[in-house]
Design a protein around this ligand. Structure first.
Ligand code: FE2
Length: 422
């Protein structure tokens, strides 16, 4: 007797397969016969591994308007507002907001999140709060924490010490922000320093790198070099990389092979980069998204990250990785059918690889986590930002909703049929 049997779903590659679950594992796929305590009929629906977000700020989420809204809409005003908020927010408030966000995430089928945690204040209340959140949601969301020196590794007296303190407290990943250090040289030194720390401690590293419109901000070059030097490979990631949007094309033709050689990953955050970058431009106004297709053509793994939801940097957001991929698809002009499918893979498989998730997928033996979408295939899921009909995490149904079958008065036909290409 299986615990859960999902019948007749269509997998992202188009295969139709049942999925049988016992405990927290997938125990059979293909055509499965047998009894189950609970059966879900997914005929005609898309059954996907869960969504994964490799870049988020959970210590700041759901704080929009605190202590006031970001009037200029710039990254720098966002950092300054957060600088006030992080010293007045209590541990309990941060936990409460983060848990609410995790509820939203689970309902959207987003079951693994890498979140940067600001380590700048000596009180490290954000770290304390996020460690507690990681513990509380462990049964249904895999949370990875990054020690993130928001105000720079060297720009504050205790910046470097606090990153080490956070890692000692149990934070998983080394973070950095080289373009925010005082000088280009100090930014480059922070890359050498942080990659050494990651290598010595056997940790992953994920750096906010070159999140600027300055074409001369070239820390990704140093990051790639240090990743190669220490053999960090796919355990390293550069987040944002927006300066690459504005760089000279000839220089980029040298840079991309260096990044590919290092084996590091790239994490653009389209919702945020399209709103924060280019704010100092008149017209033409730069989009500020890094060179996604060009990196993928070099074999570099690129994932889409959410970055922010309702915080000092971003006034919208719903924890829906389909929104993230939808924006990325538009801004990076990934409209070919293969590119649209790739965008879906970016917020599932590619992001899972970036986070190093074990047992991720829908094969026998994988962790029994998945999402059932009211769509026929990945492209349709993107087009509709399809309803999550059910979300299963580690063998348990953690969210479900009934199908949107509202009928139009005009035709009497189900709205779903009009929207879906069945
Ligand atoms: Fe970020």
């Amino acid at each position: 007797m299986f615990d859960l049997l999902i019948k007749g779903g269509t997998l992202p590659d188009g295969t139709v397969s049942d999925i049988a679950i016992t405990g927290d594992r997938i125990v059979a796929t293909g055509r499965v016969e047998g009894e189950a305590r609970e059966t879900i009929d997914a005929t005609g629906d898309l059954v996907s591994p869960p969504f994964v977000d490799p870049h988020f700020h959970m210590d700041a989420t759901l704080s929009y308007g605190l202590p006031r809204v970001n009037a200029s809409g710039t990254l720098l005003e966002g950092i300054s507002l957060w600088g006030e908020l992080r010293d007045i927010a209590t541990v309990d408030e941060m936990i409460e907001r983060a848990l609410t966000y995790c509820d939203w995430a689970a309902s959207m089928g987003l079951l693994a999140i890498r979140t940067h945690v600001d380590t700048t204040p000596d009180h490290l209340r954000g770290v304390e709060a996020m460690l507690e959140v990681r513990r509380r949601v462990a049964g249904y969301i895999d949370l990875q924490l990054v020690a993130f020196p928001q105000d720079g590794l060297y720009r504050t007296k205790t910046g470097r010490d606090n990153v080490l303190r956070a890692l000692d407290m149990g934070v998983d990943v080394v973070g950095g922000i080289p373009h925010f250090e005082r000088t280009m040289e100090e930014g480059a030194e922070s890359m050498r320093d942080l990659c050494r720390i990651a290598a010595e401690r056997g940790l992953r590293i994920d750096v906010h790198c070159d999140e600027t419109d300055d074409p001369m901000s070239r820390h990704v070059e140093t990051l790639a070099r240090e990743v190669t030097r220490h053999g960090l490979g796919g355990r390293a990631a550069g987040s944002h990389l927006t300066s690459m949007h504005s760089m000279d094309n000839y220089y980029v033709s040298k840079l991309l092979p260096l990044i590919a050689e290092s084996g590091m990953n790239a994490i653009p955050n389209p919702l945020i980069n399209i709103t924060l970058q280019g704010r100092h431009d008149t017209y033409p106004k730069r989009r500020g998204l890094t060179r996604v297709k060009e990196m993928q053509a070099q074999g570099i793994t690129v994932g889409w990250g959410q970055d922010c939801v309702l915080d000092p940097w971003y006034s919208l957001g719903t924890a829906d990785m389909l929104d993230v991929a939808f924006m990325g698809l538009h801004v990076a002009q990934m409209t070919h059918p293969q590119e649209m499918s790739r965008c879906f893979r970016m917020v599932t498989e590619d992001n899972a690889r970036i986070m190093g998730l074990e047992g991720y997928g829908l094969k026998k033996g994988d962790t029994a986590s998945l999402v059932i979408l009211d769509a026929g295939n990945p492209t349709e899921a993107l087009r509709l930002r399809a309803e999550r009909l059910a979300v299963v995490s580690k063998g348990k149904v953690v969210a479900h909703r009934s199908r949107n079958d509202a009928r139009l008065a005009l035709s009497g036909r189900p709205a779903r049929v009009r929207r879906r290409q069945e």
